[in-house]
Design a binder for this molecule. Structure first.
Ligand SMILES: Cc1cc2nc3c(=O)[nH]c(=O)nc-3n(C[C@H](O)[C@H](O)[C@H](O)COP(=O)(O)OP(=O)(O)OC[C@H]3O[C@@H](n4cnc5c(N)ncnc54)[C@H](O)[C@@H]3O)c2cc1C
Length: 391
């Protein structure tokens, strides 16, 4: 009989959350036996690689702002910190800004969020519609009341960041195995092992469920019911006949329509719609852009009445239906089961702070940033957090 390999920590899902957590664990506690179980090492369907790769300061919940401040610090020194030998990752962090347009009705919430961000030491600017137009002459700003601009916000190569976390974690001793976790085994209110589809069983007293949009399915095998559902979101890459003078920031309209410059002169655009389907569906539809999104876009950027759709893609948000925020920490009713899910569309930028936080909780190290506000107790108590303004 083959001996079962046991681990101090089994992480299920090796996207940004699983890989960052693995890295922080082995960095903080050298010698800790950590394994990451990832079904698809190409990450073809992981949200991490299908995202818009944006990081922004413009949240209205203090902890979400602080998480982004951590991301800024980490991304600035990332290429040095993540080097393995003479292999240094290149992540193309471009700080081209985020610009939120506000309608009259949203001004009060925008002002509150703006003031909170400033109090926390963030660089964010309050612009009139005229200032927006002076900076971005393609934009038709009539009808908007104001805008807020975060000059430090930007985007980066998410795949490169993911690969760097994986590579560095491995170099420090974490193991990555290709396989599907099919069941979390428990005994007397504690985690006992993770069973893989291959038949292998990994004994452990600590499981970190980083399964993204699939996390609720695995949690359910241990009797844990999470309010997290997979929701399809689509992104379109556009080649516009009229090009902006320079890069456009991630520009977000009050309706939720967003777009930004991509390399190669392209524009990336998307919008979450109430009718977006729930389920594991990755097909994208051109007519969604041409029929629904384009008319709205042309009102704001009239010069884009001529453009070509170069490509599109669909990915999944792991939507927390309770409050649209992360669920982080140990499940109160099952010792040893840690969760990092429910990121609802803004998780990529949270990877650095969340991985560090979970590693600190698991190893008992002092907390660099207390994220217990996102603890899962609130799920059991049906107590939603409020973003209070822009999300
Ligand atoms: C279109 C789109 C745009 C987005 N834009 C942004 C953005 O601009 N900024 C931002 O911060 N966030 C953005 N997000 C959200 C962000 O991508 C996610 O919140 C984040 O990537 C979640 O990371 P994760 O590691 O939890 O999940 P994933 O990256 O999905 O990783 C989960 C991994 O777990 C694996 N897995 C699942 N179940 C199992 C199992 N049972 N066994 C083994 N492996 C398993 C999967 O194969 C997958 O690789 C966007 C998302 C989408 C879809």
């Amino acid at each position: 009989m083959t001996e079962k390999r046991s681990f101090d920590v089994v992480i299920t899902g090796g996207g940004i959350m699983g890989s960052s957590t693995a890295y922080h664990l082995v960095k903080m506690a050298p010698g800790l036996k950590v394994v990451v179980v990832e079904r698809d090492p190409t990450y073809a369907r992981a949200s991490t690689t299908l995202s818009m790769s944006n990081v922004r300061i413009q949240f209205s919940l203090k902890e979400n702002i602080q998480i982004s401040q951590v991301a800024f610090e980490v991304l600035e020194r990332f290429e040095d910190e993540m080097a393995v030998g003479d292999r240094r990752p290149r992540i193309f962090f471009r700080r081209e800004g985020n610009l939120f347009l506000h309608a009259e009705g949203g001004l009060e919430a925008a002002r509150r969020a703006f003031e909170l961000q400033r109090r926390l030491g963030c660089r964010v600017e309050w612009w009139s519609p005229q200032e927006v137009r002076a900076r971005y002459p393609l934009y038709e700003t009539e009808g908007y009341a104001a805008a807020t601009f975060g000059p430090d916000d930007g985007h980066f190569d998410a795949y490169a960041v993911l690969m760097a976390y994986r590579g560095k974690a491995k170099s420090l001793g974490a193991e990555f195995v290709t396989g599907e976790a099919v069941r979390i085994q428990t005994r007397k209110g504690r985690v006992e092992a993770v069973a893989l589809e291959s038949g292998e069983v990994l004994p452990t007293s600590c499981v970190v469920n980083c399964g993204g949009a699939w996390a609720a399915d695995l949690a359910a095998t241990a009797g844990v019911k999470l309010p997290v559902i997979p929701v399809k979101r689509q992104v379109f890459a556009l080649d516009t006949a009229v090009k902006p003078e320079g890069p456009l920031p991630l520009t977000v309209l009050p309706s939720g329509l967003y777009f930004r410059s991509e390399t190669g002169g392209l524009i990336l655009l998307g919008k979450s719609l109430a009718e977006d389907p729930v389920g594991f569906d990755f097909r994208w539809e051109e007519k969604r852009f041409t029929e629904i999104l384009w008319p709205e876009l042309v009102e704001f950027v009239p010069a884009w009445d001529r453009l070509k759709i170069v490509r599109g893609w669909a990915g999944l948000y792991d939507v927390n239906t309770l409050d649209g925020n992360a669920i982080l920490g140990e499940w109160p009713e099952l010792k040893g089961l840690y969760l990092a899910t429910g990121f609802s569309g803004h998780g990529l930028q949270q990877g650095p702070a969340v991985g560090r936080y979970l590693a600190e909780r698991i190893t008992g190290a002092p907390l660099s940033l207390d994220l217990s506000l996102f603890g899962p107790q609130r799920i059991l108590e049906n107590r939603p957090l409020s973003e209070g303004g822009i999300v």
